[in-house]
Ligand binder design. Sequence first.
Ligand code: ACO
Length: 325
Amino acid sequence: MRRYSRVTGTGSYLPPRRLTNDDLARQLAEKGIETSDEWIVERTGIKARHFAAPEVCSSDLALQAARPALAAAGLDASQIDLIVVATSTPDMVFPSTACLLQHKLGAEGGAAFDVQAVCSGFVYALSVADAMIQTGAANKALVVGAEVFSRILDFNDRTTCVLFGDGAGAVVLEASETPGILASDLHADGKHAGILCVPGHVSGGKVLGDPLLKMDGQAVFKLAVGVLETSARAVLAKADKTAAEIDWLIPHQANIRILQSTAKRLKLGMDKVMVTVDQHGNTSAASIPLALDAGIRAGSIVPGQLLLLEGVGGGFTWGSVLLNL
Ligand code: ACO
């Protein structure tokens, strides 16, 4: 009998420090940098974001998201045999944030590793965990997106520092006789590495190059809307479904205009798009599981619905996962 994987629990966590656009504008004004709530809302749809305290790392946020996901699935961490963490802001160069999370959860022995695909990280991680469950390499997986993007923001660059926030989201994925995940679609094109990157690296005990985020916003925007449409169509075709059958589009929360444009291209009303970018900003790999959990906990996303999860980000990377909840 064919094995599938199925989401059996979700959880998420936002650090308590919330900054509205006005709060951020006041902070930037102290450095002589001008921005406004009006500009940020009009260009991005973002109204607020959360920033973690300096001592809080991605694994701490991941832990707070994983606990409610495990509780929702009715599982103890000791029953998890695979942990995949999607992050571009790991606690350390190594070991992986997934290993640190495993220990914080009080578990041991299962496989644990990180996936680095920036804002597409969660759909990459979910696809990998799904494939491992399908082949029998794992039975019960914890898949987490966790980021402290505030650590890599250049607060002297108003074109990027207003866009991002910190947070984590988690899902438990279990082997099932019925799907679950119907199809996934992953891509990358490294020739676009320069349009969205953190070019620094560690060498000889020093950080060489610039360790802060650089982005060509307009180039990212153009690429993002194109690949989100083609990936959505590809994953729907793989599962023999149409866009009209989607109950919820849960896209990476980069910018409300990217979300609106994707919905329009797929002929979906915005009432079918889960939107959290207004309250969370762009939390990179954490944004999709944060939006999924928010929708489930609000009672909007319910079992039996068809969900299309889509990510796009640095690399350039992009991809989709289509699933029955
Ligand atoms: N506050 C006030 N003014 C600003 C700010 C700011 N925070 N940032 C830029 N400006 C100014 C610029 O200096 C420029 O001024 P000028 O006309 O005097 O030169 C003006 O606003 C317009 O700047 P643009 O860069 O042309 O603005 P644009 O409409 O392209 O919006 C944005 C910029 C929001 C970054 C947009 O390009 C975008 O959303 N791109 C997508 C990028 C994205 O979402 N990245 C997220 C990471 S990737 C991912 O997750 C997929």
